[in-house]
Ligand binder design. Structure first.
Ligand code: HSE
Length: 418
């Protein structure tokens, strides 16, 4: 496409993001892009746009030759994948915000783009308004990207902020996140970490060339965090955030997960409040860089969709440089994590699973320990997220296999065991 070509859009979905895009496009006439038809599921619902714009027939968009761009912002991942596949096979460029669909179908999506040679852009799928996919894709060389730590889910960050700073209870904070259009239609996807791990699956591809199913990435959400955990965090001068993290280990493999984590009050991610997201990238010579912006909501998400639509005018496509032009990195579960675990009863804690335990706090009603576990002790079972058990990672939680022997010795010496 050239910069003056008119973009005629077929839009799937008119929810929080779809309606946001409709309004944003009306305010950006210079883009020379207009929506010809919108396909919706529920024709009975009142919409803030002329009735003639809407249809329930997906074919009316997918097989209309005058439509050269399909924008897909629905939340049914299977239907979204079907739409994307048909659109690309019919010669249309596609823009999407469906993180679940992209994460679950990554290998097929890569294949479809190779077969058709057409652009499929999805900046809005991860961290909404923050242009993190394009930055990872274009700016960072594979060998130099040491680690990424990020807050990628706006709703959980909003809930944690409202609970711990405004003293709202969990349910009230969640309802507010729903009312403001941040939460998924099934909020369990936010609260239990599914949305964050889907986004992390997508970013791991653009950061490290990793192609994994979200099921293979260690994750949980904020569902088990208790007020007593926030009290401990405060005593230690930490915040609690749901953090997605990836780090290149000394052997070149990549450790990656999404778990609640203690965050020092003076580090950038601690400043990320409410529905904002943040990404800290650590790379070879630049050291740390911090990206910050709204991670959920109608206009912030629509702004990323708009930027993708605009990029189509100069034929921008993801090249998947880390996957195709470099030696892709592999995901590993062979490393250790330093964890804080709180619980009601010792009987739920399999002590033999810990490499070592550094602190025990057994006197209060709500007990906790701080110790080190191999990741296989977490991926293979659920003991750490059942029976009211809550796991929160320590600050700087990843311990490389190559460091474990020395650290274990030092920790046992400090504890007076040897
Ligand atoms: N439910 C998502 C969130 C929306 O809260 O981050 C943006 O992807």
């Amino acid at each position: 496409m050239d910069a003056h070509k008119k973009l005629t859009i077929g839009l799937f979905g008119f929810g929080v993001v779809g309606e946001g895009l409709y309004k944003v496009l009306q305010q950006t006439p210079s883009l020379n892009a207009s929506i010809k038809k919108v396909c919706i599921k529920n024709p009975g619902k009142a919409r803030n746009a002329p009735a003639s714009l809407f249809t329930t027939e997906k074919e009316a968009l997918l097989f209309d030759e005058s439509i050269n761009v399909i924008v897909e912002v629905i939340d049914d991942a299977n239907a979204a994948f079907e739409i994307v596949s048909i659109a690309l096979r019919n010669g249309k460029a596609v823009v999407s915000a469906s993180k679940k669909m992209i994460a679950e179908h990554l290998p097929e999506i890569l294949q479809l783009q190779q077969e058709t040679g057409l652009p499929f852009l999805y900046e809005a799928a991860v961290c909404a308004s923050i242009p993190v996919i394009r930055n990872l894709e274009e700016y960072y060389d594979n060998d130099l990207l040491h680690s990424i730590r990020a807050i990628v889910n706006g709703s959980t960050n909003f809930i944690l902020t409202k609970m711990f700073e405004d003293k709202l209870d969990f349910q009230a904070a969640l309802i507010l996140a729903q009312q403001l259009g941040f939460a998924e239609s099934n909020p369990k996807l936010d609260v239990e970490g599914y949305d964050a791990v889907n986004k992390w699956t997508v970013l791991l591809n653009h950061a490290y060339g990793i192609v994994e199913h979200p099921d293979n990435i260690l994750f949980t959400g904020i569902q088990n965090i208790q007020l007593s955990d926030a009290v401990v965090a405060k005593e230690k001068h930490f915040d609690i955030k749901l953090i997605a993290q990836a780090k290149k280990l000394k052997n070149g493999q990549v450790a990656a997960f999404v778990l609640p984590q203690f965050v020092k009050l003076d580090e950038p991610l601690s400043f990320v409040k409410n529905e904002y997201n943040g990404v800290v990238i650590e790379s070879g010579f630049a050291d740390k860089q911090f990206f910050y912006g709204k991670g959920a909501g109608s206009f912030p998400t629509a702004s990323a969709v708009l930027s993708d639509i605009s990029a189509l005018r100069y034929d921008y496509r993801y090249e998947y440089k880390k996957l195709y032009h470099h030696k892709p990195n592999e995901l590993t579960h062979d490393y250790y994590l330093k964890v804080y675990i709180s619980f009601d009863d010792w009987k739920y804690i399999p002590r033999e699973k810990f490499e070592w335990i550094e602190e025990w706090h057994a006197d209060a009603d709500r007990k906790y320990l701080i110790g080190v576990v191999h990741v296989n002790q977490l991926t293979g079972s659920n003991w750490w997220r059942e029976n009211g058990t809550s796991l929160i990672l320590s600050v700087d939680p990843i311990i490389d296999n190559l460091d474990i022997i020395n650290l274990k010795k030092r920790s046992l010496e400090l504890a007076g065991v040897i």
